[in-house]
Design a protein around this ligand. Sequence first.
Ligand SMILES: *Cc1c(COP(=O)(O)O)cnc(C)c1O
Length: 392
Amino acid sequence: MGKRYLMQNYAQLPLVVARGEGARVWDAEGRCYLDFVGGIAVNSVGHCHPRVVAAVREQVEQLIHCSNLYWFEPPVELARELSALSGLDRSFFCNSGAEANEAAIKLARRYGYERGKENPEIITFTHSFHGRTLGTLAATGQEKFSQGFTPLPAGFRHVPFNDVGALWEAVTPDTVAVLVEPVQGEGGVYPATGEFMNALAELRDKEGVLLIFDEVQCGLGRTGKFFAFEHYGVRPDILTLAKSLGGGLPIGAAVAREEIARVFRPGAHGSTFGGNPVACAAAGAVLEVLQEEGLVERAAETGAYFKKRLESLREKFPCIREVRGVGLMLGMELDRPGQSLVSLCQERGLLVNCTAEKVIRFLPPLVIGKEDVDQALEIVEQALEVFLADAC
Ligand SMILES: *Cc1c(COP(=O)(O)O)cnc(C)c1O
């Protein structure tokens, strides 16, 4: 299915997903799977949350698209809510995480340009992932993603993650910003250390370097705080969001302080679909659900339980090198490639993902309960036994 007409850039697993509800999806034959991939951190409020469905349905009957030549209500409401939640001032809406980061990069460059920096440079980190556009590929600190797609835009400097000394050494008079995921996702689930985030704050205070936090994956409750930066007490100047924001609809956002947002004057940036009323209505419902159903606290609690259980699994299976992450953004690093473990879990009714070759990543909807964690771990344990037997 699909092999003939779709470009083969995804290496899909042999599973046709037909329906989803809460933390579960069903295939075309009606077989049920516990979904611990969650659309790669998209389905945070669960599949087809009734309030998201209702918001979309209502908006679709009113207005699906107009144009940013005019005003309409949903993006205004959403921007107001994001300001209240983040403490930042203004939002720009687009359609994906990569576009949110592109907007952040352009904001930082223009901000620097207006302050006399003609060759603005942005510091990013090893293991990072910021998207697949040429600009965000240049920002991404993993060469495997950009191989064969050069030349890339200049102006990025990659520095070892969590290395305070290397960070300070990389700063030059051209440095305008640091772009960082407070908890790295695709790179293998690596949280920033407190020391590193404090150094970033100091860099801002001393050198006026802007802090751009890419919370496309780790934001919006995923780590057990509304924003991952709250774990560190360091607020960004620009924050990027996407993945879970639209409850499954495509939407991204760059949220910034007034002084920075100001550099986007009319005509400076734009997106035809940006601020789409249906996507914004869905996102408004997502933010309500996260707060009213206490999903952020729940992610912290369920995540702590999950992590503790993964750590005890590690005692039983020495092939598990390390368990990392926070809240419901967890990674289990193996001593060998993990893709076949993904298939073994799938055969037993659990969807998980493998990133950075050896890291089994868990990004379940935040609505899961402890019994879902227990069920998932039972499957992981069975799968690990077969995985290890197969290896011998
Ligand atoms: C997924 C991701 C992106 C890219 O988002 P797209 O919507 O795929 O463009 C950027 N940054 C981080 C941290 C991500 O996890």
